[in-house]
Design a protein around this ligand. Sequence first.
Ligand SMILES: Cc1cc2nc3c(=O)[nH]c(=O)nc-3n(C[C@H](O)[C@H](O)[C@H](O)COP(=O)(O)O)c2cc1C
Length: 184
Amino acid sequence: MSDPNDLAAFLDLGWQCLTRGVADRRAAARHPSFATVSPEGRPEARTVVLRGASRSAGTVEVHTDGGSDKMASLRANPFAQLMIWDEKAKLQIRLSTSVEIAQGAEVADKWQKVPDGSRMAYGASPTPGTPIPQAHAYDKLAHRDWFTVLTCRIESVELMQLLDSHRRAVFRAEDGWLGQWVVP
Ligand SMILES: Cc1cc2nc3c(=O)[nH]c(=O)nc-3n(C[C@H](O)[C@H](O)[C@H](O)COP(=O)(O)O)c2cc1C
């Protein structure tokens, strides 16, 4: 390994994992845990697909069903943490973000790019989480009205790497991603 104290190279590694997650279905970063805070103040986490990652914009993107419970959580508390464990790189990535919700005409161009098979993920009827009498007593409307883009503006990136000696650093948007080593 090159200089283990090189903060910029450590952040580069984090972004490599994230961008690979968007492009490669088998990459670890393809499926982050997406944690929010419920309107009652309770933690809630679920698996999502990483749909976009832009280092220059400082954002990652997730798509969801506008009828899902996480929408009420994000409206009450517009923050999410995304967490990834990349076994190959021995790297845990935690992204603390504030979340912007976009729907309807605003996301028409992105909806056009969603393959037909994947459109089923948007617009469950009744809405996700509703009790039903049988396992398959629901429809998938696959309608743009339910397609929701969550743009997660990254406030901080925390990286923790478990090589022979562990290392951990926090990078914050507010100081231009300079980075700070912290005790693992
Ligand atoms: C592999 C996998 C990928 C998933 N991808 C997404 C996704 O991209 N967006 C999403 O909203 N839910 C996704 N889900 C479903 C969520 O984990 C969750 O069950 C659903 O969003 C409802 O969560 P909520 O009730 O907390 O809103 C995925 C689940 C799995 C197992």
